[in-house]
Design a protein around this ligand. Structure first.
Ligand code: PLP
Length: 465
């Protein structure tokens, strides 16, 4: 394919994209295909001869598209959102086209410098004080792993990377039982071990970690010969939005000289609204590491996870490695690959730059406020359905409910709703029972889209009960 062909196909694909988005409401939200159905339509062996782009795109439309779940659909209320706004998509087209590796300042100075400024714009937008700097990672899972490795190295006097962990008494990390599985996995991979991730029950109206219980657990561990290494707090847990009372937890962690990480992967985007910060983020300003995903609620498409660091030194001491071929000469510069586990890195800051400029902070805040308000209105509407129960009240734009009947009936209702296709919901578990989750966060959703959930739930319930 030459570059003139590239330009033609690229324009065709842009037209296709606009049409796709304009007609998205008419498609079922969750893919309706059966397992194996897509693979069965692909040849078992790679082609030996080149194929025509027209044929490839035709197959894309006919084979691939029916097997896609539409995350940009305005009635996507499952999991968490994965918003890809038009300006962010345009930025990604440019990034794809230039296709630079942005691991060092000199391998693309603009990528490094725009990243530094975007992290700082977001720092200000989220009300974090000046010492915070940060880095853009691919995912919250990677940022959390970086933080857990930093906890490990800090607690072992930065000897783990060099000597391994043998002979270093079990390290302990503390969190509530509402944390995301990425925290468990970070502890596996970092050599801490699942058994040394101490999960305390989430309590109170937001299912948060209890600071007194945390302090007692740390003291008991020290007495038993363990080495506490860090505390992981959450704002907006995946299941039901559990949010820790940040100030008191930080105080306990600091009293024991522990490194602190805050997982706000989903809910962090809402902290661009000052009134939401006042409600959820009191005491945030001392956490050593804070992660949030603009690729969820803010409108920057995957991948884009911002990790703020109060002082980057500990993470750099943990992850920085400088073989001869990566050394650069001249003035001191930031080389972001030293802050993270992968070496190669995409120019992720460009889509933040496009996004924030195209909507302005006020445009982004307005959407988040609407989502929160509409989720509350929908929650009240579902509470009014005969025999239905709200299990967890809205935390930001996330709540959960149950229909009459046992766990099996909840799953039957969820499956029937998703087979119907007008909306998409997913199930979760809370206090040993199956729940049906609703989150509102799709960028283009309207109040009518949100309120339609009640009608669809009632309609499908009448059919299956
Ligand atoms: C989505 C989510 C994660 C994982 O995010 P990735 O970027 O997919 O790794 C972690 N924690 C919470 C609370 C989340 O909502």
């Amino acid at each position: 394919m030459d570059w003139d062909d590239f330009a033609k196909w690229s324009k065709d694909i842009a037209d296709w994209g606009a049409q796709y988005h304009k007609t998205l409401r008419d498609r079922p939200v969750r893919a309706q295909s059966k397992p194996g159905a897509i693979a069965a339509q692909l040849p078992a062996h790679p082609p030996a001869e080149p194929e025509d782009m027209a044929a490839i795109l035709k197959d894309f439309e006919e084979i691939v598209m029916p097997g896609m779940t539409h995350w940009q659909h305005p009635r996507f209320f499952a999991y968490f959102p994965a918003n890809a706004t038009p300006p962010s998509m345009l930025a990604e087209q440019l990034v794809n086209t230039v296709a630079a590796q942005c691991m060092l300042w000199q391998t693309s100075p603009a990528a490094t410098e725009v990243e530094g400024v975007m992290v700082d714009w977001l720092r200000q937008a989220m009300g974090l004080p000046e010492p915070y700097t940060g880095v853009i990672q691919d995912s919250a899972s990677s940022a959390t792993l970086s933080a857990v490795l930093t906890m490990r190295e800090r607690a072992t006097g930065y000897s783990g990377n060099r000597e391994g962990l043998a002979g270093k008494g079990p390290l302990r990390i503390y969190c509530s039982d509402q944390v995301h599985s990425s925290i468990d996995r970070a502890c596996w991979v970092a050599g801490i071990g699942q058994d040394n991730l101490v999960k305390l029950p989430g309590t109170g109206p937001r299912y948060g970690l209890d600071a007194g219980a945390l302090d007692r657990a740390i003291r008991a561990d020290i007495a038993a010969g363990y080495t506490p290494a860090g505390v992981i707090a959450i704002t907006g847990g995946t299941g039901v939005g559990a949010s820790d009372d940040l100030g008191p937890i930080l105080e306990v962690a600091r009293a024991h000289d522990l490194y602190t990480h805050l997982d706000a992967a989903w809910a962090g985007s809402a902290m661009i609204c000052p009134e939401i910060r006042a409600e959820y983020w009191q005491g945030v300003a001392g956490y050593d590491s804070i992660v949030f995903n603009p690729h969820k609620w803010l409108g920057a498409q995957f991948d884009c996870s911002v990790q703020f660091l109060r002082d980057a030194t500990a993470q750099l001491n943990t992850l920085k490695i400088e073989p001869e071929y990566l050394k650069t000469t001249g003035a001191a510069v930031t080389n972001y690959s030293e802050w993270t586990i992968p070496l190669g890195r995409r120019f992720r800051a460009l889509k933040l730059w496009f996004l924030i400029r195209a909507y302005g902070l006020e445009g982004l805040q307005a959407r988040i406020r609407n989502h929160v308000t509409w989720a509350q209105a929908l929650c009240e509407a579902i509470r009014g359905l005969d025999g239905f129960e709200i299990v967890t009240e809205p935390i930001l734009s996330l709540f959960s409910f149950r229909c009459p009947g046992d766990d099996y009936t909840q799953q039957r209702l969820v499956d029937a709703i998703n087979d119907d296709g007008r909306i998409y919901l997913t199930q979760g578990a809370f206090e040993g029972r199956k729940i049906i989750r609703v989150q509102v966060g799709q960028f283009e959703t309207t109040r009518d889209d949100v309120m339609m959930v009640r009608a669809v739930v009632q309609d499908i319930w009448e059919q299956i009960k």
